[in-house]
Structure formats: C-alpha cells, structure tokens
Design a protein around this ligand. Structure first.
Ligand SMILES: [Mg+2]
Length: 420
C-alpha cells in the first residue's frame, strides 16, 4: 500500500500560517517578478482566478474582491516544506519526497482496517506541527494513490482522506475518473485517447497492453498496469544525483549595458556556487546565457549562450565569476534591452573526487577555507550579508517582489512578532 500526502494550495497555505487574518480569505501567490498566479487558496479558486493568470490582468478584480496578493517567497516555502517532510518521517519507514509539497509513503506496515485512521493522524499532526493542511490518498499503487488524493481534495465529505483498497472501490472510482487527470497521462495523451473514445481511467485500464504499447509507449503501459492495481513504479528513496544547477531570473527592468548585466550575472553565479557547495559538489562546466524579450516590438529576439570547460572542477565563486564575465562580454550586443540572464553549472562531481588540473595553480585549500567562511557568515547573518562587490549593492536589477512576506522561519530578524 502507498499513501501520497499532498499539501493543499501549498504556497497560499504557507502565507496563511503566519497571518491568521487570512484564514478563510482569498489569497493568491505570484511567480517570480510578480508575473502570474502560481497558487490560490480555495476562496480565490471559487472567485474564478486561474493558474497562470497574468497579474496585470487580474489586479483590479483582485482588489475588488479583497484578495490578498503575495510575491513568491521561496525561502519560506522551502523551509516549510522541509518541516512537513520531517513531520511525516515517523509515520512510515520509507518516504519519497516527490516535490516541494508532496511525498509518497510506504504504507505496507499499516493494517488495512487502519489505513484511513493512520492517514487522519498524519493530517492532524502535520496541521498541528506546521499549520499546513494536507490531503492523503491511499492505494495499492502510486498511481492509484494519486487518483485517491485527487478525490480526497475535491469530493465533499472525505475529510481530506480517501482510500482505494478493495477491487470494488477501484472499479467504482476509476469508472468516473477522467483519464486526463491520471498521473503520467496529461492533456496531450488525453486528447488523443478521446479520439479513440476513451474518456475514463477505467476504460483506459481495460485496454489491451498491445494497443497501448503500439499507440502510446511503455511508460503509458506502466500507468495502465498501475491503474489495474499492479505496482510497477517503486518508491524512489534516494533522489537521483544532480546533473546541473541553474540560476536564472528575469530582471526587474530591462538592462542594456554590459556593466549593468554583469551585476545580476555575478549575483546568480554566487547563488549557484553556494548551492553547489551546499550539496558538496564541484562543477567542471559553466554555461552563460542572456536574452531580450521574445515579445519585444522593436527588436528581434536575441538569446545566445556560451559554455566552457573549466580548467579544473571548482565550487569557488571567484573562479566561476572569472570565467563567466568574459563569456558575457562576448555574448553581449549593445543597443538591446535585455530581460534575463542565467548560469548553468554542469559536469558535477562530489567534492574530493574532483580531478585536479594538470597545471592546477589554484590553491584549493585556501579557496575552500575562504568559501567556508563566506558561507558561514551568510548562514549566520542572512543570505547576501557578504557578497562579491561585482554583484552591486543597490541591486536595482532585482526582480519585482513588491508583496513579499517575511522569512518567518529562517531569519531571526524576521520572526513573527506576537503582541500580548
Ligand atoms: Mg499540492
């Protein structure tokens, strides 16, 4: 048996934990640079706000309805996510952290007649310890647990828990479940299945294996087996090793000169190198890219990139900056209004296993002590307390985040104040 625990409206729920006035009120969270809607409370969904709605289009309507709008606060959401995951650990010997707001749990140890009670206990505990509401779906396979979770969220009277245990429950549930909502199918397959008259998960599960393999693929076949109750997607207990680290963001306003763009580039490299060191990795390849707006009226799209193999694998911020800046200079063309740049670190190896360069002149010991000191200062005093001057101090290029909440759980200066 598998359970999936999924946080309800996760980003919106995180914001509510620290603002009791928002309980039962419409809340939406915007993407980077206050672009478009990426999370909605149930009340905001009921008002008709959709995922992906551009903010400038819904701004007035949101004001009319008293919707509270937030810029995204990934520091808060990431930390709340790890609190939810920690809370789940005692409930199962095996947990797969599937995404920032979802985890699969092995439920094999739970007696069948206690499945929903155990799930209810998880819901209560996560709510009490973290303030985040969750829904739990239970099934014989991961795919069936995802179906059950969907129902736990949508169907009134489920109390946030739904289990598909018996054969009768499985058939009953799949009989009315739209195939497009099934995990791993998606709207593209659903559209082509509809042309063959297949609309429900039950119809799909009853298709011959041969037909699915011929018309679709092996992954889709696995989904059919899972819907039949045959588990073939195991829990992934160790996350696959990381292949690359990307840091890339839109600027708050258009930037034009090389000097202007160099600042955010250095800031993004600093962040990427910090992530690299957090994971105790070093990178051997560095790629830099930038582009103007694809929708610009007066200029053609220009979005080049340039990569280079580093002389030795490294996680030293200064070393990466030294290689990135000349690449940016080669990519930059004057006169364009740039919207975004970014950096991708790849060819990653665990620290200590790195191949030293043949003519390696870098004092790696000194470098790693310097980086440790940098990371320690920033851990203690908050991110960006100590930065490379090249990233600028005013950071006028930073993306708009006009409605961002505080870092309630990760910065002592920003903890919630409660007045007696
Ligand atoms: Mg969710």
């Amino acid at each position: 048996m598998f359970a999936i625990v999924d946080c309800n409206n996760f980003y919106a729920s995180c914001e509510r934990v620290f603002n009791a006035r928002l309980r039962d009120r419409p809340v939406v969270v915007l993407s980077n640079n206050d672009g478009c809607v990426i999370a909605r409370s149930n009340e905001a969904k009921a008002l008709g706000f959709k995922m992906g709605d551009p903010y400038f289009k819904i701004r007035e309507l949101a004001e009319q309805h008293g919707v509270t709008v937030f810029s995204s606060n990934y520091t808060l959401y990431g930390d709340m996510s790890s609190r939810v995951m920690e809370t789940l650990r005692p409930f199962s010997p095996e947990i797969e952290e599937y995404s920032i707001d979802e985890a699969f749990l092995n439920f094999a140890h739970v007696p069948v007649d206690q499945l929903t009670a155990h799930a209810g206990e998880i819901r209560r505990t996560v709510k009490q310890w973290t303030g985040i509401p969750v829904s739990v779906g239970i099934g014989r396979t991961k795919t069936l647990s995802k179906v059950a979770n969907h129902i736990a969220k949508k169907r009134p009277g489920t109390e946030g828990v739904f289990a598909i245990v018996t054969e009768e429950e499985r058939i009953d549930t799949l009989d009315t479940f739209p195939i497009g909502e099934v995990w791993g199918i998606g709207s593209r397959w659903a559209a082509s299945l509809a042309r063959h008259g297949i609309a429900t998960a039950r119809q799909y599960a009853e298709l011959p294996d041969d037909w699915i393999r011929r018309t679709m693929n092996v992954v889709a076949l696995r989904t059919a087996w899972e819907l039949r109750g045959e588990s073939c997607i195991p829990l992934e207990l160790a996350p696959p090793p990381r292949q690359s680290i990307t840091v890339s963001r839109s600027f708050g306003r258009r930037l034009s000169t090389l000097e202007e763009i160099q600042e955010p580039l250095i800031a993004y490299i600093s962040r990427a190198a910090e992530k690299l060191r957090q994971e105790r990795m070093v990178a051997g390849h560095l790629l830099v890219f930038l582009h103007n707006s694809p929708h610009a009226k007066n200029e053609a799209f220009y979005g080049p990139s340039l990569g280079t193999n580093l002389p030795h694998q490294s996680s030293d911020t200064a070393e990466l900056i030294r290689h990135a800046c000349p690449m940016l200079a080669r990519l930059h063309r004057p006169g364009l209004a740039y919207k975004k740049c970014g950096v991708i670190l790849s060819d990653l190896s665990p620290e200590g296993q790195a191949q030293p360069g043949l003519f390696d002149q870098l004092d790696t010991d000194r470098s790693s002590r310097l980086m440790q000191a940098l990371d320690r200062v920033n851990a203690q005093h908050g991110r960006n307390s100590l930065v490379y001057a090249g990233s600028g101090l005013a950071r006028e290029w930073a993306a708009a985040a006009a409605m961002k909440s505080q870092h309630f759980t990760t910065n002592w200066q920003q903890v919630l104040h409660v007045r007696a």
